[in-house]
Design a protein around this ligand. Sequence first.
Ligand code: NAD
Length: 416
Amino acid sequence: MSTARTPLDEAREQLSDAIKALGYDAGMFDMLATPRRETTVSIPLRRDDGTIELLVGHRVQHNLTRGPAKGGLRFSPDVDLDEVRALAMWMTWKCALVDVPYGGAKGGVNIDPPQLLPRRLERVTRRYTSEIMPIIGPERDIPAPDIGTDEQTMAWMMDTFSTAQGHTVLGVVTGKPVSLGGSLGRASATSRGVAIVADAALERLGIEPDQATAVVQGFGKVGRGAARFLAESGVKVIAVSDQYGAIHSPDGLDVPAVEAHVDECGTVVGFAGADALDNDVMIQLECTLLIPAAVEGVIHEGNADGVRATIIVEGANGPTTAAADRILEHKGVTIVPDILANAGGVIVSYFEWVQANQAYWWSESEVEERLEQRMRAAWRDVIKYSQARTMSLRSAATCLAVERVAEAHVVRGLYP
Ligand code: NAD
């Protein structure tokens, strides 16, 4: 990030703008800007040589008013409490926007998974789960994968929690392997949702998919599937990147071949059918769709003016700073905000939780159909709201979500 502002500054500024637009008072801002509960835990680990290493983990429950807390668990060396607070707040808005009965949460542990052996990763996951055990559970807070975590991480969390309870609790996490109560369609849900709203945004601007080009930053769980689904719909994916670098082919990348290269080498770098490119240069390539699907703050005041995309679809959480938002709005770029664009993951997590709690499983086509219905309904809600109030899609999505959460606060009242 090229700015000293943190993701929490960005999240609070968005909330503050929404509170002003909706005419709520400072008390409501304080209530919604402050997490309901924050837990920071130590994770002591014995190294193979017998010495002890102490890691730090967090779980922040931003809001619990509309239901249990829900949000991902991030394993990254960059995790800090303010980042987790921001991500938890965005989860609250996302859940309200797509109308799933959850508040927002997020967790994080300060480690670099690629540097750890699976055995150590399992120990970190189990000890972290055991430390946050009192505040998670199917009715309290339901973690899911995020950066650096996956379905194996969720299986270890579920097993640790279940062992302590003395019985199997499938609903404690989502994003589990299908063999362990995971939902069909969950692994690809966030990417599929990104592709669905990208398609809706193209349609709104009268652009046919086969006339569109896409640039995708991040080739992990979200970016990789988004690139694949866009290519399948006819969009020409001209560049993709990961933390190691970017690759570019003006004629369009062969996405399945890039996926095979990543499976073999662990990075997009070195793919034979494309030119190498700098990540910062890639963000400024001329394209129809720019899909940031990596980390926060990558489109900022310093590079927003150079962005030459028609539409930005935010696969990542918080990829665009508030200052960049203003520049892009002035340039006429359509931004499909994160809380709408990447909500496919939490929608199918909700389906997984419902299935786990009922012990009744849906077919993949049922999951995909219901996901598409919910994504398109949320898209229509945001478009309608933005047109009625002449607002950007981000302001409309945030206001709509904040309004729903605030309304729930008001009708519940304050205890005592
Ligand atoms: P992931 O760990 O699977 O993948 C992250 C990708 O980003 C990797 O390819 C990594 O190399 C790349 N990357 C990291 N830093 C980068 C940088 N500076 N420049 C370019 N690439 C970089 O994580 P993910 O689950 O795909 O999550 C990506 C984003 O999507 C995060 O913001 C996450 O919060 C958000 N998100 C994820 C889900 C989900 O279901 N996994 C749901 C909603 C939102």
